[in-house]
Write a protein that binds this ligand. Sequence first.
Ligand code: C2E
Ligand code: SIN
Ligand code: SIN
Ligand code: FE
Length: 338
Amino acid sequence: MPTGPILCVDDEPNNLALFRQILGEDHRLVLARDGLQALRAAEKHSPSLILLDVEMPGMDGYEVAWALKAQGSTEHIPIIFVTALDREVDERTGFASGGVDYITKPVSPFILRARVNTHLSLVRTSALNRSYQDAIQMLGIAGHYNDSDTGVHIWRMAAYARVLAETVGWDPERARLLEQAAPMHDTGKIGIPDEILKKPGKLSPREWNTMKRHTEIGFEILSRSKAPLFQLAAEVALNHHERWDGSGYPHGLSGSQIPESARIVAVADVFDALATRRPYKDPWPLDVVISKITEDSGSHFEPRMVDAFLACMPRILQVKTHWDQRETPDGDVLPETP
Ligand code: C2E
Ligand code: SIN
Ligand code: SIN
Ligand code: FE
């Protein structure tokens, strides 16, 4: 969450006093009288927002903005330019310098407050989105922590799930949500003992009964959140091992009783599991994986889903290549190369 103050930069003390009067009651402010002071204050106080005068002696506002954008620690801070200049060319320079907004003097208290609140709430939303991304990643990794593959599997299979969802007609927004939910499908493995997860061979019937519990454990954890993302993740976690013919677990659902999200993830999960190494199995060659999925159409998988999966195979293989290139020998993820 942004907790930083608002940095107000103006060479005219009266203007700074005006900012204080308009914003001082609701916000913590840091004031700066010129460009250099502004850069130092931005570095020191990590402001959530900067109100920046354009016409100042020494460095002008645009130069200050360029300097802030060139610095990793300050580049993300939104800048609102405040200036008496109102010609169109200046607005363009302002946006080109990385400004998110533009307010002209004389400043109207109403507009200033409204703009500041808008931009602070955008900052909060993007911080929240980053927290969400982190939470998804943490739950995904927790689920595979004792597994051989912590990193790439969950992202790769999630990307498959999105492609398949789009292919069967989900709108892009919803398909993207499924991509974010899918990495959490095995969160419940956190509740399964190491000796079972890491067992090199076949599981005993008793161990297998324990293993199957990962679906319900995942559901119990993820369904605590009412957020649509986690509701979807909980649905997927519970149902991703159900089978079209009713022979799956935990509830033996069949056909359209199984949520479509889980029918999609089932294909993506098995495709990736078969093609990669597990503590208990070697990777299978791609053509054998594809024959197995095709063979299981109508038993394990919904036939429509298998048809769609085969139809979008070129895109699936692009995704596979992309992620395979980012996999280290230990199954970790290399950072994205631009
Ligand atoms: P997982 O390794 O992520 O595998 C996910 C699913 O991919 C499996 O769900 C299964 O449908 C498919 N799959 C993976 N490997 C194979 C394979 O060699 N042959 C075939 N036909 N399908 C395969 P499933 O069976 O419900 O298993 C769920 C989880 O239980 C697995 O997740 C894994 O963590 C564990 N598990 C399953 N079988 C064994 C085993 O023999 N030994 C050990 N140590 N763990 C196992
Ligand atoms: C396994 O995971 O070893 C069995 C997979 C299956 O029953 O299809
Ligand atoms: C196992 O026992 O290891 C897997 C059994 C199954 O997938 O049906
Ligand atoms: Fe699973």
